[in-house]
Structure formats: C-alpha cells, structure tokens
Write a protein that binds this ligand. Sequence first.
Ligand code: HGY
Ligand code: MN
Ligand code: MN
Length: 465
Amino acid sequence: MPLRFSLSSLIVLCSFTAILAHNNEDPTIKTMEDFSGYPIHESHSHLSSLSVDAQSLQKQIDELSSFSDTPAPSVTRVLYTEKDVLARRFIKNLMGLSGLSVREDAVGNIFGRWEGSNPELSAVATGSHIDAIPYSGKYDGVVGVLGAIEAINVLTRSGFKPKRSLEVIMFTSEEPTRFGISCLGSRLMAGSETLAEALKTTVDGQNISFLDASQSAGYTKDHNDISSVFLKKGSYSAFVELHIEQGPLLEEEGIPIGIVTAIAAPASIKVEFQGNGGHAGAVLMPNRNDAGLAAAELALAVERHVLESGSIDTVGTVGILELHPGAINSIPSKSHLEIDTRDIDEERRNTVIEKIHQSAISIARKRRVTLSEFKIVNQDPPALSEKSILDAMVASSKELNLTHKLMISRAYHDSLFMARISPMGMIFIPCYKGYSHKPEEYSSTEDISNGVKVLALTLAKLSLQ
Ligand code: HGY
Ligand code: MN
Ligand code: MN
C-alpha cells in the first residue's frame, strides 16, 4: 500500500518543529562556531560577512541566456540540442574556473566537486537545471546552478575549508519538453528502473530516439549505460537547491528568503482521441465523430474536476492540445492532449486523475470517438524537506539578518527526486510578480545575492556536520 499522506498536516508538523528548533537558538549567535559546534579556525569566523560577486553572476546569467533557440528576452533551451550543448560547455568551464573537478554521467548530469578534508564522509550537494521550456525566462533553474558555483566562490574567497566535500550538480533535463519526462536526470539518479527501461524506446516529436539524441550531445548511445546513472541512498549527506519562487508570495510580503518545507505532488497524462475526420463542408453534424471536440470537452472536464476538489492547492493545466490534420476545412480525425495536475495532497490529486480518466471514457463513448491513449506519464508523491537542513537554512538566514518564510513549492524541482536518495532542502528567492515559464521572469541581483549567501552559509554548516 503506497505511503499516502496529506502534505498540509505534515507541513504544519514540519514547520512547527522547524519553528521550535530555531526559537531555541540563541539570537545573539554571530559566528559559525556557535552554529556548528565544531571548533573552526579564526579564518572562518567572518563567514557571515560573505561577499557575492553580483556583477559577474548577472553577466553569467545574461550570457547563458544567449544560448537559446528563440530571440531574447525569451529563452528556449531543450535537452541535447546544439544550444543545450553550448550551455553545458559554458557551465563546465565556470565549474573549472572555480577550482571544481568536473565529471559527467552517462546522460549528462554534470558534477563539479570541491574535495573536503574528510573523504570518508558523504558529500553535501547543491544544484539545479539550465534547460528552459519554449519561450520561457532566464532565471528558472539557472539561479540554482550559477548561484551554486558562485556560492563555492564565496566560500573559497572567505577562506572556508570544507570537511565534507561540496558538489555542484547541473541536472540533465528538468523540463519535460523534449521527451515528455520531467526531471529526467534526477529521476534516473534516484534510481527509476521504469524510466531507464522507457528510455530504451522513447522518441521525441521528430521521432528521434533518446539514445540517438544523447549520443549527438556526446553522451551514451548504449541503453545498458543508463542504469549507471543510479545513485545509492546516502550518496549525499544533504542536497540543497536554490531556486526562484515561481510564485508571488515572497515579493508580495517583502520577504527575501523562502525556506521550502515540502514540494507538491506532480502528475502528467497523455491522451489521444481518434475519429473519422472528413470534409468540413460535406459531413453533416449528426454524422460526425469529431476528435477535436472530444479534446475540448476533456480540457473543460479537467478544469471542472480540479475545482471540484474544493482545495485551492489542487491545480490542473492542459498545456498541449494538438489537432490532426490541423486544417480549417477538415474535421479533426485525431487529437492529442497533455495534462499536468498537481496538489500538495497526493490522495486528492489521485482522485482528480481518476475523474479525468472516467471523463475521457464517457466523452469518447458520447462522441463515438476512440480513446486511443490514456497514459499516466508520471504520478509522483510529494517530498518533505529534512529538518536538519531546514534548521541550517533558517540559521543561515538569521545569521545574515535576512527574514525568511516557511513555504511549500507548488512547482516541482530536481529536489523532489534528490529527496529519495538524500536529505533535501530548498531556498527560494522572490521573482517579479511570481512570473516564470515566460520571458518576463526576473529576479533582482540583490535577491539573487541574498539567496547565494544563504546557500553558501548553509553548505558550509552542512559540510562541517
Ligand atoms: O513545471 C515545473 O514545476 C518546473 O518548473 N519544471
Ligand atoms: Mn521550470
Ligand atoms: Mn526549475
């Protein structure tokens, strides 16, 4: 019986313990020593006056956004395309300049490592993604990769010496754009056998196989290599991701730091209807079985079932709706929809999926079309942040005199899957009007610098534990 839980009750528990934890801390705490309880050299004690090179970080963000298949200010950077490969090279170069030793796995997850003084201990990891959905912005994911590299620079400049190694990860393909699979790299790292199997036969919209695309970008062409990406539970002692909020709360409340207590449960479904199609003028209405109208009715059913849940935390989107043959004077003979539905309560989300499935079946019957595909691509549980990492993030925000807010993430992230193999935490920074997945996405250099400082201090604390 899979573990099912309502996140809202767990969030209260988690937040409560986190609040309890940091209320017991001494507010006069000033140096790392007070936090980590480890004797650290004088040279580390000024860690709380961390300096971020905000100018060069912004320059890097702007330069990275130029590797795009759509004109500025939009960014489109899809897995294993030429622009993705150029962007990967840019990231690997920056990792090298920061003194990190760089390696890549079979599908292109990139790791930059700063060896700690005690190689026996599992490393502390941080990172995010740089792929970008069509016509999106330049901060989603990027802040967590370039910001992580800058956090390493901040620590190096401050004279910090890690005990646990620190590792920056750039995950391959967090977005589902090319192969319809979200968090492909981190899902594999978390050991998804189902995904490893599926990738042997998966093709993109141009019928290019995953393995051919992977090989064209310089990665594996052999499906036997895919499971080499799997990491064991405990591979890292902690994973922390810095990310823009992709929501309006922090900006509205004027709070610079979000401490994520949990990540909502995402699911995606692919649906196809087939009918006879025919001539838009000659086929009279009673004789039609219009696959396009079936799709339209199902899209409205998605909205209805989501609203029926009675919770503002349930969301549903039909982001892809394609009609074949796509001619004004031809009745659609085929329609293809892709549905994204999420909730912080896994059970409630699964009820919506079931209702959508029932509606697809009844609409097909009523409109005399065939429901030729109803495929749940992913139906993931939510993930909870680890209390010890929450404490480190809250302590770091306090030490830097940055107010913070405990909150959930309605967007999914690689952290959702890293939580399956490592204790996880996320740091949010505000973004303009909460905009994301659109060219107007924006975070100020000040907000990004604050996030990098909290990340750097949190990594330092976790590295010394
Ligand atoms: O869709 C998401 O939640 C993420 O931004 N890819
Ligand atoms: Mn995204
Ligand atoms: Mn993202």
